[in-house]
Design a protein around this ligand. Structure first.
Ligand code: DGL
Length: 264
């Protein structure tokens, strides 16, 4: 059996994480689940998101993945402890790697976190940041309109920029020097966010950080030799055609060959 990593998200956005992990761990076959029937997670309760995350993880563990990546920030913020208690394989979320990277970059220890309502409400990022550096100041801002704007493909539109200015104003006023993009979709708005915040502000992309951290964790993991490049698989809980169509923009234009529909 080829070495496998399971990755999941509430829908399409986690493909940003898939893209980075596929680049960094080229010998691994990736199995991606997008819970497109139940997206969004960002507005749902901790109990509901945890139950969804457990169901998806059970599916992936049954496919014999050797590690699990929780690409969704909301699921990472709410469900990571329950997942780690339930499964024995390494499980990596996006919060811890993002927090570590932000602390490596900041100079004034004023850090902004942007994410879904659920991620902000969970306080997962401020807790992870303060656990590592108790004196840092953290300012969180939910940006719920960013997800639909990205799904619409409005990465560089004036409307998006206007909304970004409004959401990001409190972070600018607070003088943060680092902003964690705490949602799967936000790396696609990096250009606008950087422009609005200013070119000297550090942006932390969770997708890149997870790939880096996972490579570290799996370094030295004995891999079965495979002659052919890995054939990644994509599963969704609804509307595979939409996933295939919109998913391209999350993969830098690469197309998705086949998307399978599953029932959890
Ligand atoms: N994947 C979610 C996250 O990173 C964003 C979309 C949703 O609300 O489900 O928090």
């Amino acid at each position: 059996m080829e070495p496998r990593i399971g990755i999941f998200d509430s829908g399409l956005g986690g493909l940003t994480v898939f893209h980075e992990v596929a680049k960094s761990l080229q010998d691994w076959t990736l199995l991606y689940v997008g819970d497109t029937a139940r997206v969004p997670y960002g507005t749902k309760s901790k109990e509901t998101v945890t139950q969804y995350a457990l169901e998806i993880s059970r599916f992936l563990v049954a496919q014999q993945v050797q590690a699990l990546v929780v690409a969704c920030n909301t699921a990472s913020a709410y469900a990571l402890p329950a997942l780690s208690e339930t499964f024995e394989i390494p499980i990596i979320g996006v919060v811890e790697p993002g927090a570590q990277r932000a602390l490596a970059l900041t100079q004034n220890y004023k850090i902004g976190v942007i994410g879904t309502e659920g991620t902000v409400r969970s306080e997962a990022y401020p807790q992870a940041l303060r656990a590592l550096h108790p004196e840092c100041e953290v300012l969180s801002q939910a940006c719920p309109l960013f997800v639909p704007l990205v799904e619409e493909g409005w990465f560089e539109d004036p409307e998006t920029e206007g909304i970004a200015r409004r959401y990001l104003a409190p972070l600018q006023e607070a003088g943060v020097d680092t902003v964690i993009l705490g949602c799967t979709h936000y790396p696609l708005l990096k250009g606008i966010i950087q422009r609005v915040m200013g070119l000297t502000i550090h942006l932390v992309d969770s997708a890149e950080e997870v790939a880096r951290s996972l490579s570290e964790q799996l370094k030295g993991h004995a891999l079965a030799q495979t002659a052919t490049p890995p054939e990644h698989r994509f599963f969704v809980t609804d509307a595979p055609e939409r996933f295939q169509r919109v998913g391209r923009q999350f993969l830098g234009g690469e197309s998705l060959q086949k998307v399978e529909k599953i029932t959890l």
